[in-house]
Design a protein around this ligand. Structure first.
Ligand code: ZN
Length: 366
């Protein structure tokens, strides 16, 4: 039996889904639940049907921080995706923040003269660190399956192989470094034929399942029944499109836009903060948290875990994650934005939220 670990460059795979869609002929959605098993199956076949035991699947990705609040739904969707990987498929997910300095997420939504370029930090280094770290631990894995395309990983794969581990590369045609695809493999990077994800689309397509759900917003108007293909996590509430649109507007109204040149000392990224509820507007479904860094707006749909929005009161201690830093210099709208709000001090929340590398190696804002 061979122990397999899978290391996915999540950002790279995400941005290259369009290549898979093009090949598939329509919108292709990758089933991340099936991906590890399908890749392991191909490795097993090439090994002569030795059974492979997938001991870990890692995905390294990033999400926006300090973005324009109009794009909040995109950030939420990304966060839901990462949570789904963890809760449904038991991926090890490491997410690194990208500071958007108050801007829109999509280039097309930004001012044409704005030369801002979002800087992704740490993702490739984190993947390399994990693969090498486990390669150096006796018996942690026998085979590393790298789901990658960027050339940067060449030295990593060479070193992992020098430690006596086998390496398989799975990639996407059209976004794969020539060194990985070369069957002669002059740089000695892999022990298996390259796996093209595009050849596996029939096995990897996420099939949409239609289900009946009820909108759970207390502010919902009209009949609550809807049909959706969305996958809801355990305990995640369904909100209908109309309610989500009104949440979006409400968040937008309650947040200032960061000045384009906004530069101020924020909290370190990825660390759970602690504060006290300073204001709560039950009938409109939002509130504010205060701590030494400033005030944070939060919406009831972002209260997490067992915490019930209806039972939060001014003065309660809560823990939360920071989406947007407060800007105390902005006199009109100095508040930032919080999510993942839970009753109780940060220490308790951290216990069911093991700190990833993002907790200790957060990139500094440029
Ligand atoms: Zn609704």
């Amino acid at each position: 039996m061979a122990k397999i670990m899978i290391f996915i460059d999540g950002t790279w795979l995400y941005v290259n889904q369009y290549l898979l869609s093009r090949r598939h002929g329509e919108d292709f959605r990758l089933d991340y639940g099936k991906l590890p098993r399908v890749l392991a199956g191909l490795v097993e076949t090439q090994l002569g049907n030795t059974h492979g035991d997938i001991v870990r699947t890692f995905l390294f990705g990033s999400n926006a921080r300090n973005y324009d609040p109009r794009d909040d739904y995109l950030v939420q969707a990304r966060r839901d995706f990462f949570d789904t990987l963890k809760e449904f498929y038991h991926y090890e997910v490491e997410v690194f923040p990208i500071d958007y300095k108050g801007r829109r997420l999509r280039k097309g939504d930004r001012h044409p003269d704005d030369e801002f370029f979002p800087q992704e930090k740490c993702v490739d280094i984190a993947l390399a660190t994990a693969m090498l770290y486990y390669a150096a631990i006796p018996n942690a894995y026998d085979i590393a399956v790298a789901v990658i395309g960027d050339r940067d990983f060449v030295p990593l794969l060479q070193h992992v192989r020098r430690l006596g581990k086998r390496v398989a590369i799975a990639s996407v045609q059209g976004s794969c470094a020539a060194e990985y695809a070369d069957p002669k493999d002059p740089l000695r990077l892999k022990d298996f034929d390259i796996i093209w994800i595009g050849d596996l689309l029939d096995q990897l397509e996420l099939k949409a399942v239609r289900r009946q759900v009820d909108c759970q917003s207390p502010f919902h108007a009209g009949p609550t029944g809807f049909t959706t293909t969305e996958v809801l996590r355990k305990g995640q509430k369904y909100y209908c499109p109309a309610c989500r649109e009104s949440f979006r507007r409400q968040k937008e109204e309650n947040l200032r836009y960061l000045p384009a040149e906004g530069k101020f000392e924020g909290a370190p990224s990825g660390v759970i903060q602690e504060g006290q509820i300073s204001n709560i507007v039950q009938e409109r479904g939002f509130g504010f948290i205060r701590n030494e860094r400033g005030d944070y707006f939060f919406h009831f749909s972002e209260v997490a875990g067992d915490t019930d929005f209806d039972h939060l009161a001014v003065g309660d201690t809560v823990s939360f994650e920071v989406d947007i830093d407060p800007d105390p210099r902005n006199k009109e709208r100095p508040a930032g934005k919080a999510s993942g709000v839970r009753r109780g001090p940060a220490k308790e929340a951290a216990d069911d939220h093991p700190p990833g590398p993002e907790a200790s190696s957060a990139p500094a804002a440029e």
